[in-house]
Design a protein around this ligand. Structure first.
Ligand code: NAD
Length: 371
């Protein structure tokens, strides 16, 4: 069995609290021979600023580059509101994304049957939902140049952002989409605005070409991003993998997130290119939520997003789909038993804290593993 080297970056606020549950899960898997993991831990965000005056150290960057996967908690909080811009907690995460060239952001939107009531949509629309939004993360309008505000001298200003995509950027995200779909229900929906944007025209053309050249076995459909947004709340179960650019992905993934209820439930993965020699791919796994300063230190945080992020690492970095399924089933089973952290509580449920939820998920894994 191969040994997988993990770098754990718990960060700030509830980050260390939810990461503690992942550490217990890793120990459990090592003990049960379900994998062989070694892990190192380092500071990031405000915690790193307090110790070293930067949001991430060079030493930690080196460790991140060498790790098989990075498991990231959350950064930030009011304590660091006034630190210099380049040392703000988020700078640590942005540097990791940039230096490791993590261009593919995968956000599953899964609605556990036990939580269907907490969605704003009707139960039958979301119950059992399992889709993925794949967002291009390092290009497009957030990074394109020029990006300026110019004083026109006549009492007016002009703001310019530039939406720009090169063929290779679209090709590589399209490949990730088709590969993902092959491991799921084999369908990709590509979303852009080719009716009004040149980048949309190129996006559409390149996705078609990648499909034709190597992935003709996968069903491909195209939707305009505005119509796609509408479909996402009308009948989300029609989708499997949605692939889209940085801007549309930012919005559509937040919409998809709300289909499922709470921020405390949502994992994510950010992947880089596969190294031609080692066949390994740089990858960072993190919950979608932030450091939740309002509940930090109280043992109330929901650890499910963090635990499900670790399950994504098993699936996408280590090809351990079965073990990832086991974790996902254990989460569903703990919820089905009526256990809830405060953020997802409902009538008749038993409200538990971070540790108890982590323990309940481990107990379900133990049970499922023996079955
Ligand atoms: N990737 C990241 O590290 C990341 C992402 C978003 C925000 N942030 C930072 O986090 C800090 C707080 O930001 P925010 O309040 O806008 O967003 P947040 O996600 O931290 O919290 C939003 C709300 O959701 C609740 N919540 C979030 N995660 C939860 C969990 N696991 N269990 C239970 N409740 C949970 C919080 O208590 C809060 O009421 C800020 O400094 C922000 O910059 C970091």
């Amino acid at each position: 069995m191969a040994t997988h080297n993990l770098l754990l970056l718990p960060g700030d606020g509830i980050g260390p609290e939810v990461m503690a549950e992942v550490k217990r899960l890793i120990d459990w898997m090592n003990r049960h021979d379900l994998g062989r993991f070694e892990h190192e831990e380092a500071l990031v965000g405000g915690a790193c600023y307090d110790a070293h005056g930067v949001a991430i150290t060079e030493d930690t960057m080196e460790k991140a580059k060498a790790a098989d996967a990075i498991i990231f908690g959350a950064v930030g909080g009011p304590k660091w509101d006034k630190v210099p811009y380049e040392a703000r907690p988020e700078a640590g995460l942005l540097r990791l994304r940039k230096d490791l060239a993590l261009f593919a952001n995968i956000r599953p939107a899964i609605c556990y049957p036990a939580l269907a009531e907490s969605s704003s949509l009707r139960r039958e629309v979301v119950d059992g939902l399992d889709i993925v939004i794949l967002r291009e993360l390092t290009g497009g309008v957030y990074f394109g140049e020029p990006k300026t505000i110019t004083d026109l001298g006549n009492g007016q200003k002009r703001a310019v952002d530039t939406q720009v995509y090169d063929t290779y950027e679209i090709e590589r995200i399209a490949r990730v989409a088709f590969e993902l779909a092959r491991k799921r229900r084999n369908k990709v929906t590509s979303m852009e605005k080719r009716n009004v944007m040149k980048t949309g025209v190129l996006w559409h053309e390149v996705v078609d070409e990648v499909h034709r050249r190597g992935f003709a076995d996968v069903t491909l459909e195209h939707q305009l991003a505005d119509a796609g947004g509408m479909q996402l709340v009308r009948w989300p179960k029609q989708f499997d993998v949605i692939v889209t650019d940085n801007l549309f992905g930012d919005m559509l993934s937040d919409v998809a997130a709300m289909l499922t209820g709470s921020l405390g439930m949502l994992p994510s993965a950010s992947l880089g290119e596969t190294d031609a020699k080692t066949r390994k791919r740089r990858a960072l796994y993190e919950p979608v939520h932030g450091s939740a300063p309002d509940i930090a230190g109280k043992g109330l945080a929901n650890p499910i997003a963090m635990i499900a992020s670790f399950a994504m690492a098993l699936r996408y970095s280590f090809d351990m789909g079965k073990a990832a399924d086991l974790i996902d089933q254990a989460i569903a089973a703990a919820l089905a038993k009526g256990l809830r952290t405060a953020d997802i509580k409902s009538e008749g449920a038993t409200v538990v804290g971070t540790r108890a939820m982590g323990e309940a998920i481990l107990a379900e894994m133990e049970r499922l593993e023996r079955a």
